[in-house]
Write a new protein. Sequence first.
Length: 202
Amino acid sequence: MASPSTRANVILSLVDKTTPALRKVSQNLNRMAVTAKRAGLAMGAGALGLGIIMKKTIGAYEELDSNMKLVAARAQEISTSELEALTEQAKELGRTTTFTAGQVSALMAKLAQGGLGASEIEASTQALLNFAKAASISTEQAAEFAVGTTKAFGLDVTTESIAHTADVLTFAANNSMQSVEELGYAMQDSSAVANEMGQSME
């Protein structure tokens, strides 16, 4: 039978041999825990990012849908096919310009409110987007200033007259100390009187 001292030596020897292995296992488990935690955080961040994207996408769709309903309500005698064509135009311009489909459709709704029909809205939209970008104003302001000023000077609201008004406002702003926004509101206030006195927009 082994003496107590002999048994103690055997146990200590086993502990010495086992401890490094256990320490290695512990280290591996710690690394696995850190990796899992990081993966969980990454998945959480990914889910959050996806949620934000989905929220923006849904919001953009709702904005587009709401504005196109306004177009349908405001535009005279617009058909289903014409509304669909304008909706597709808004989506396309939302993909190919610096404006979103919601911003494009907001411009269309403003044009419809100004009395333009489907074909005139379709023909005027690109020019007024260019106007909005050049003047650093919203798409709704671009439509409001162009249509409002055109009407105030007693001109027929057509694609050509709207584009001409936008050009005049841009030119005037570029050659004065006023912005297009300031000129737009000023023109709306004074153009009717100027028209009565026989003065042209130019």
